[in-house]
Design a binder for this molecule. Structure first.
Ligand code: G5P
Ligand code: MG
Length: 229
């Protein structure tokens, strides 16, 4: 792994496979996978002040206010200054992207484009293991035993915001707020878009992109350490 710390973000509508792709990247490249939804759900379970506030929004499929999520994510990033990280679900609005800009420069932004019908199907079949954030799908990656987490043997649950009304609201909202964020990263030349209906078919391209990025960063670092006359 390169000595420079890599800063990456994955964008995409609910159900587009951000969490699934991040799990693959984390396993293959050792990035820390930081999911804003996971941190929010942890806070809800722990009944913190942030969690109690966020719950009302999440259950309705609405975005949590910018200042709440930004403060939460900044404090999580502060704890991981020395690690390569990959943000999943943050930033989601232009205000959040500007807050992230103030603390780091992104090396890479991945944006997933998946058809609407595919998203609705996937979310209604999703089950998760709340303590770890592990994601399953009854068709795509089912647990070994129905309703049970493969690693811990604990029960899986279906999230409140995967209910049909909440899913439709989340998809509508994504289209509106994500556009300026995508445009910003496109203008900066760090955005890489992937389209398709199957994560396993998108994955080899994402793998290649990250491998190339790591090689590029390593060669730049080597050049800086030993510049040619
Ligand atoms: P989250 O938790 O960030 P969303 O809405 O961004 O939630 P979500 O639902 O977690 O996104 P995903 O991570 O993009 O989707 O997708 P996933 O979980 O990997 O895959 C979806 C399902 O499809 C899984 O069951 C998976 O196994 C399956 N799957 C994947 N690939 C395939 C495939 O190829 N084929 C098939 N058949 N299945 C597949 O945020 C939750 C809420 O928190 C708040 C908001 O209220 C949000 O709604 N929040 C924020 N609010 C404000 N600002 C922020 N930055 C916020 N972040 C979170
Ligand atoms: Mg997710």
């Amino acid at each position: 792994m390169a000595s420079k710390l890599l800063r990456a973000v994955i964008l995409g509508p609910p159900g587009s496979g951000k969490g699934t792709v991040c799990q693959m990247i984390a396993q293959n490249f050792g990035f820390q996978h930081l999911s804003s939804g996971h941190f929010l759900r942890e806070n809800i379970r722990a009944k913190t002040e942030v969690g109690n506030m966020a719950k009302q929004y999440i259950q309705k499929g609405l975005l949590v206010p910018d200042h709440v999520i930004t403060r939460l994510m900044m404090s999580e990033l502060e704890k991981r200054r020395e690690q390569h990280w990959l943000l999943d679900g943050f930033p989601r609005t232009l205000v959040q992207a500007e807050a992230l800009d103030r603390i780091c420069e992104l090396d890479l932004v991945i944006s997933l484009h998946i058809p609407f019908e595919t998203l609705k199907d996937r979310l209604s079949r999703r089950w998760i293991h709340p303590p770890s954030g592990r994601v399953y799908n009854l068709e795509f990656n089912p647990p070994h035993v129905h309703g049970i987490d493969d690693i811990t043997g604990e029960p899986l649950v279906q999230q409140e915001d995967d209910k049909p009304e909440a899913v439709a609201a989340r998809l509508r909202q994504y289209k509106v707020v994500a556009k300026p964020v995508i445009d910003l990263y496109k203008r900066r030349g760090v955005l890489h878009q992937f389209s398709g209906t199957e994560t396993n078919k998108i994955w080899p391209y994402v793998h290649m992109l990250i491998s190339n990025k790591i090689v590029t960063v390593e060669s730049k670092e080597a050049y800086r350490a030993c510049p040619m006359e």
